[in-house]
Design a protein around this ligand. Structure first.
Ligand code: AVI
Length: 325
């Protein structure tokens, strides 16, 4: 079995619960109500997200996979040109490690470091991967990397290449995305030599909005399930039937926004609090920023990366960037 480090806060359940309660209450009581998208991912939410990635309308997952399939040899050559023939591959949000599994035979990492906040899920996935690649040095790390990249000493400092696929960077506000990339490139912190980043690109509104409002209603269920998770976490009484899923492309901010919109006047209650919502009022649940090749190149440069190139699909719907420090 691979080495595994759990760096998730070992807070007492009570203390952790109070933090979550405070964060949720603050968002729900704000004049423009919001809940962080991290609250999508309870066990049902993770399954619904997996279902989303299989939808016709949700092009990012399969488009990214096709780019990796077509270009992984070129990617390996590019890394080798930067002296990274045997990198330490740090997989951010590795989940089931499936994306890395396809890449490892091409990139020949000396060490593979899957990182995820979902600790037990990752532990199992890392063990399975070790079976598949018995000689590979695997160091699993359970942590919330959005809070920083302080990796355990067992993770080698040399030749670090961060792997951040799936357009997850798009769920950060651009200023947060820049701060995170800077942190990665900082020789004293993330110590990255390079980064392989998958990011969704700006395209026509209809394609974008369909990807976040599919005909089967899977994304609507994914969005509404957030209220079920909030009910569990806060002991709240949201009725999902009183809410509708809204997904729209905000072109000025270059982002898909997901909201839950109240279908009638209603009051939601949880211990110590209540919030009245008028019909039509919304809770903002997610932003998914869409970049252009130019805007992402500029962001990576601003963060301290040099030698930037990217690969995309024939329609230019999605891009995989290589950026070296
Ligand atoms: C995880 N993240 C990159 C997805 C996205 O496209 O922003 C989450 C998602 N939300 C609705 N559908 C998918």
């Amino acid at each position: 079995t691979p080495r595994f480090y759990n760096l998730c806060p070992q807070d007492s359940p009570g203390r952790q619960a109070r933090t979550v309660t405070g964060e949720l209450t603050e968002g729900l009581m704000a004049e423009a109500a919001s809940v962080s998208p991290k609250f999508f991912y309870n066990p049902l939410g993770s399954r619904l997200f997996e279902a989303i990635t299989a939808l016709d309308e949700y092009y990012p997952t399969r488009t990214e996979a096709a780019i990796f399939e077509a270009a992984s040899r070129q990617m390996a050559r590019t890394l080798a040109e930067h002296g990274l023939s045997h990198p330490c591959l740090i997989d951010l949000g590795a989940g089931n490690c499936a994306k890395a599994m396809a890449l490892i035979p091409h990139l020949h990492p000396r060490q593979y470091v899957p990182v995820d906040i979902s600790v037990d899920f990752l532990r199992d996935a890392a063990a399975q991967l070790q079976h598949r690649f018995p000689a590979l040095d695997i160091v699993g790390v359970g942590m919330d990397f959005s809070a920083g990249l302080a990796l355990p000493d067992a993770v080698q400092e040399r030749d670090r290449v961060f792997f951040y696929p799936g357009s997850s960077l798009g769920n950060f506000q651009p200023a947060q995305a820049l701060a995170f990339l800077r942190h990665m490139a900082d020789p004293a912190r993330g110590k990255a030599r390079g980064l392989l980043l998958g990011i969704d690109l700006v395209k026509d509104r209809a394609t974008l909005e369909a990807a976040y409002d599919d005909a089967l209603g899977v994304t609507a269920a994914f969005n509404k399930n957030l209220l079920l998770n909030v009910n569990d976490l806060l002991a709240a009484d949201f009725d999902v039937r009183q809410w509708r899923h809204v997904a729209l492309f905000n072109a000025a901010q270059s982002r898909i926004e997901m909201h839950l919109q109240a279908l009638c006047n209603l009051t939601a209650r949880w211990p110590g609090h209540s919030r009245r919502f008028l019909a039509g009022e919304r809770i903002h649940t997610e932003s998914s920023y869409k970049y252009t090749a130019e805007s992402m190149t500029a962001l990576l440069k601003q963060a301290g990366f040099r030698h930037i190139r990217h690969w995309s699909d024939p329609q230019d719907w999605f891009a995989v960037f290589w950026a070296a420090v």
